[in-house]
Design a protein. Structure first.
Length: 258
């Protein structure tokens, strides 16, 4: 194990640092905003004439439910931090509350999401790493620290991102969230990732961009470090420490005892 310096504060002992993906390693803000709009428009096209709402009003309701407004993407909203299933459930709830038959709403939303996916070509190309990310991961990988990624995104998209940008060699273990998995902030996937990294949660730092990541750290017994303005958001309230650049995160190469 080692000690980690975040700005001027030392953290020890540390065995692993686990990163969130979207909003932390990957700049996904515009991609997620456009994806939410495309889903809302597809759903609205499928129900036009079936509800006593103007199409524009339904689109606005669908977007607001997942945290997309005229001001942009809410970094703590459902589109930014929720799983695909959580977004399906949110859209289904909007339709049923607007009067669409409950027994049809879910299937319609699922189909609309699939249709949007079929019209788009992957995700990684539209969600580049923030500047300096590869250098940070390389630096950590060459230290005694284990490097992990834990994302609310699907395993397929996590793999696509890491492979597309050549980050896979610098990550020891990664974990996405798929159908049937307990999503963050439930610590189940976190504990499983710690097991694979062969570290204990209390010797782990979680780095993320949302309240979900902080809550995961609290439930999982880890420390939480928040990204901040250079990532397009204010620091997460209640974070143990805050990063203003990747250079704020440094590893002392001298191992420390528990």
């Amino acid at each position: 194990m080692a000690q980690v310096r975040c700005q001027q504060q030392l953290i020890a002992p540390v065995a692993a640092i686990i990163f969130d993906k979207d909003g932390t390693l990957a700049d996904s803000r515009e991609f997620l905003r456009q994806l939410a709009i495309a889903r809302a428009e597809m759903i609205t096209q499928s129900v036009v004439g079936s509800l006593p709402l103007w199409p524009s009003a339904l689109i606005e309701m669908l977007l607001a439910r997942v945290g997309v407004t005229a001001g942009g993407l809410d970094p703590d909203g459902l589109m930014a931090v929720g799983t695909r299933q959580a977004n399906v459930d949110a859209a289904t709830a909007v339709l049923t509350q607007a009067g669409y038959p409950m027994n049809q709403a879910f299937e319609l939303v699922v189909q609309a999401f699939v249709q949007v996916d079929q019209q788009r070509q992957g995700k990684a190309v539209s969600t580049p790493p923030y500047g300096g990310t590869q250098g940070l991961l390389q630096r950590l990988k060459h230290s005694v620290i284990q490097v992990g990624v834990l994302s609310s995104d699907s395993s397929a998209y996590v793999k696509e991102f890491l492979d597309h940008y050549g980050l896979t060699p610098w990550v020891d273990q990664w974990q996405g969230t798929d159908a049937g998995d307990a999503p963050k902030p439930d610590p189940t996937l976190f504990y499983g990732l710690c097991d694979r990294l062969q570290v204990i949660p209390s010797h782990t730092i979680i780095v993320g961009d949302s309240w979900v990541d902080r809550s995961l750290a609290i439930h999982g017994g880890a420390m939480f470090i928040s990204v901040s303005e250079p990532w397009g958001r204010s620091p997460v309230p209640g974070a143990n420490l805050v990063l203003h650049s990747w250079d704020d995160l440094q590893v002392d190469e001298s191992p420390v005892d528990d």
